[in-house]
Design a protein around this ligand. Structure first.
Ligand code: SAH
Length: 248
């Protein structure tokens, strides 16, 4: 009887703790519901574009990463209400945070393993880097516009990501000190695939990059470097990215 009462009160306490924790989590994340409906939109769009992308269904791991990263933290405060709309948004300096479906698609096409080292060219808001960091061992991300890169670095640190290293510089040349990479993602469009990035891709590795000259139609490309070093490149969806600029 006594023990029953004790257990009862312990359970009661645990229940209260759980309720409080649930309440505070909701208070910290007022966008949880919006993020859930964004995930449904991404799934629907993946189905619609499946013939072109070869991925009608995104993996559980990628969708879990998309569910976890709080996009509202990566958009300017004034765009908070649009943070979970499936569209790109301005982040200042003429740059944009990519459309969430495109972030999910690029991540899916990279087929990241937990032991992978990934290079991202074009840190921007840091959102894609955070999604990658949920899936990979280590993410290296380069941004050419200093204030943009610094803001992302500060935010990613504040959010507690310990497996993302950022740097200011021209990602056209990759990041030789950390090469080779299991996966490379470029989030700005280049007229052709930068040779240094091909060189820095591990055999067995994959690169996802939008290709197209400024003003031209761009297509997402998926490059696979086979274990014998030979290359195959496939054209995927038409996309619209900001141009990959050069430092010289
Ligand atoms: N991945 C970003 C999207 C950023 S938009 C996100 O999740 O928010 C593309 C970014 O690429 C811009 O911030 C732009 O400044 C940067 N960029 C353009 N050319 C670059 C280059 N040569 N090297 C590194 N970054 C570059």
């Amino acid at each position: 009887m006594v023990s029953g009462t004790k257990r009862g009160s312990l359970l009661g306490t645990l229940g209260l703790v759980a309720a409080l924790a649930g309440g505070s989590a909701q208070a910290q994340d007022p966008y949880a519901r919006e993020r859930e409906s964004l995930l449904e939109e991404i799934k629907a769009m993946a189905r619609e574009t499946g013939t072109e992308t070869g991925r009608a269904v995104f993996s559980v791991r990628v969708m879990a990463a998309m569910a976890k990263v709080q996009r509202h933290r990566f958009v300017p405060a004034s765009y908070g209400p649009l943070a979970y709309a499936n569209r790109p948004l301005p982040i200042g300096h003429g740059q944009t945070i990519s459309q969430p479906y495109i972030v999910a698609l690029m991540t899916e096409l990279l087929e990241i393993n937990p032991s992978d080292a990934v290079l991202e060219v074009g840190t921007g808001s840091g959102y894609q880097a955070a999604v990658l960091a949920e899936l990979a061992r280590q993410v290296y991300s380069i941004e050419i516009i200093e204030p943009v890169g610094k803001r992302a670095a500060t935010l990613l640190e504040e959010l507690g990501y310990r497996n993302i290293e950022t740097r200011i510089g021209d990602g056209y040349n990759g990041w030789p000190e950390h090469a080779p990479f299991d996966a490379i993602v470029v989030t700005a469009a280049a007229p052709r695939i930068p040779p240094a990035l091909v060189a820095q891709l591990k055999p067995g590795g994959r690169m996802v990059i939008p290709v197209g000259a400024e003003g031209d139609v761009q297509f997402l490309h998926v490059m696979l470097k086979r274990t014998d070093g030979s290359i195959s490149t496939q054209r995927s969806l038409p996309v619209r990215f900001v141009p990959l600029t050069r430092s010289n």
